[in-house]
Write a protein that binds this ligand. Structure first.
Ligand code: 13P
Length: 254
């Protein structure tokens, strides 16, 4: 067994045809060369079910990029956790910086979603991270700690221990320039020690993923860091060969 979780966040990319092609390519490789790390694909909602069919038998897990916290009802355009569970989704990305910034998701809403995902016994991939202005102002940890405490507000430690946290510095997302190993290493170690001080030993053992321009070239350095337990990968996850190379690197490091 490997500690690594390699997760692809496809964002708003791939139609159903492209999603099947991409997932089929990666699944085909993994059927021949089974990975020891956990592999997760988070396609757009419209392709989750068909990707699930395509990757059957490959150990690839299915994730969603968002959900709504209410169970059902008059919430036009939203998707419930039960709807996702019914199509075998086990992970849900919550609080991605794009949802915070573009769609105005607040810490309070994110907290409701994390609670609902945990109540449904699925795993939230809870995203945190500072903007470049916040980093330059020396506020990185202040920002991250507020995101963590607000997002996890009112959740008992034994449930928090079931979350995955993704540190995604906003300035590294989609820019092609990842955090340096020093920056990522420092942030991850700080986050883990904050979790330990605030919620206890059990919570400090959760998986901490790095996200932000991780690719097949820089993944080794980032995944080698002590407190990095995997990656949440955008652009490089929708290129089959790049995603496979990141999975292979994780396996080689474990
Ligand atoms: P990129 O890998 O494209 O920078 O995206 C990272 C991300 O936002 C994953 O959630």
């Amino acid at each position: 067994m490997s500690k690594f979780l390699i997760a692809g966040n496809w964002k708003m990319n791939t139609n159903a045809f492209e999603a099947e092609k991409l997932s089929g390519y990666v699944a085909g490789y993994l059927k021949e060369n089974p990975a020891r790390c956990e592999v997760l694909m988070c396609p757009p909602f419209t392709s989750i079910a068909s990707v699930g069919e395509t990757v059957k038998g490959s150990h690839i897990k299915l994730g969603a990029q968002n959900c709504y916290h209410e169970q059902k009802g008059a919430f036009t355009g939203e998707i419930s956790i039960n709807m996702l569970r019914y199509i075998d989704v086990t992970y849900i990305i919550i609080g991605h910086s794009e949802r915070r910034k573009i769609f105005g998701e607040t810490d309070e809403l994110i907290n409701k979603k994390i609670k609902a995902v945990l109540d449904a016994e699925l795993t939230p991939v809870f995203c945190i991270g500072e903007t470049i202005d916040e980093r330059n102002a020396g506020k990185t940890y202040e920002v991250i700690e507020k995101q963590i405490t607000s997002g996890l507000n009112g959740i008992p430690a034994e449930k928090i221990a079931k979350c995955v946290i993704a540190y995604e510095p906003v300035w590294a997302i989609g820019t092609g320039i990842s955090a340096t190993p020093e920056q990522a290493g420092e942030a991850h170690t700080n986050i883990r020690s904050f979790l330990k001080d605030k919620y206890g030993e059990e919570v400090s053992a959760i998986k901490l993923l790095y996200g932000g321009s991780m690719n097949e070239k820089n993944c080794r350095e980032l995944l080698s860091l002590k407190d990095v337990d995997g990656g949440l990968i955008g652009g490089a996850s929708i290129k089959g060969d790049s995603f496979i190379e990141i999975i292979r690197s994780a396996d080689e490091l474990s």
